[in-house]
Design a protein around this ligand. Sequence first.
Ligand code: SF4
Length: 481
Amino acid sequence: MAKRYRHMSTCVRYSKLRFVLHKRFAKTSVFPAQPFDLNFPTQYHVTMPTVAYCTLGCKVNQYETEKIRQALEQAGFTTVPFNTPADIYLVNTCSVTAVADSKSRSAIRRALKLNPSAVVFVTGCYAELEPDFIRNALGINHIISNLDKETAAQKIIAQFNTDSSVQSIVCATEKPVPQLRIRTRAVVKVQDGCDQFCSYCIIPHARSIKSSRCIADVEQEIRSLATFGYKEVVLTGIRLGSYESDDSQVDGSKYHAQKKLPDLITAVAEIDGIERIRLSSIEPWEVDEALLEAMKSAKVCRHLHIPLQSGDDEVLKLMNRPYTAEQYRQTVDAVRSQIPDIGITTDVIVGFPGESERAFGNTCALIEDIGFSRIHVFRYSPRERTPAATMPGQVHAEEKKQSAEKLISIGIDGQRRFAKSLIGKSASVLVERQVSGSNHLAGFTDNYVETRFPGDISLRGQVVSVKIVAVDQNCAIATMQ
Ligand code: SF4
């Protein structure tokens, strides 16, 4: 067997579609006909191409890879792990930081090394921003734009196949697909794009066009997820808070105007079988009364991830973030006054150009004062084409490291304080896994505290009621109720 085909999976029963697809593959220059035996006996014995996927970055990327994977599987392709030789690789890249760029390049190189004869497709934000490098330096010809991701599976198949029956199967999978799972939650992308242009952020250069899925479409997907047993959905987008759809074309009687995130949440909360709705991230200026009202539904998790980025007004201005530290604090106060015990998590950037000792001190003070239940600390890294990359006052790497360490430590204290504040209270936990070597289960409360308690693994995927009795490190210890 030729080298190119040694990774293909073997099947013994095949549909007409797969037979046709197989023959088409055999006719292309990429998959030369020679290794295939096209004189099938009464029972077909054919091989199909294997595909390996590597996804970097955000939940939106993960969702999009899943959609492509499912469409290709429905068309007969076989998924294999990324670290194994495959016939086709799909690398869904990220460019949010310089590290993400580097990881994206490494993943592409790894794919080429794993099987030099493979066909490598590259998509995602790094591909959007550096197509010339990917083409010229890495030798990749198949680059799929973010805007074309919805039809990426068709493009991959079309590379090998022009048969209309195959095309129609792939078209059918553009509809909502079930089984998009990150741990035991289903991630549902409802929005794409951002035009805020924060001065450090490259994302609007890669995904500037904003779009939102209509509510009816999202409802349909989530109903399908509920039938597959999912209890929790995470609504996600590049800038979720800017969700705004026009459903008038879909259902004039029910949805007749521009709909925003609170409308979407309310609609999703009506779906039977879904017990939890979680929001992935929301900008501080997008938290308003309507959102808090919608979050009062018992199904909506008492958790908001609200990126702070800095607690210093001068730095926020340089970042082109449209709020002050005081406005951020007031937003948090408003949220807490309406939703008791809500977990508020955040992102912070340290070492932004011009961040003085005093400015960093302001950030530390605000974070200590607010008491986040979890923080993610990022060291600023210049992104070419963004205004911040050429700003004066770039901060030395060592200083960034020390600032990051200090903030991480403040963040851990806050995380522990928040978990301790829940001792003696009841909570619901979505069971995700068994703690290795013990009879304890682990999962997250709706306000996003990792919780462990004795129980049977048959509860995985279920939402159970517990009472929090102690805190060990940053983890809540509970008993089932
Ligand atoms: S809001 Fe700012 S940080 Fe977030 S994606 Fe848009 S530009 Fe980037």
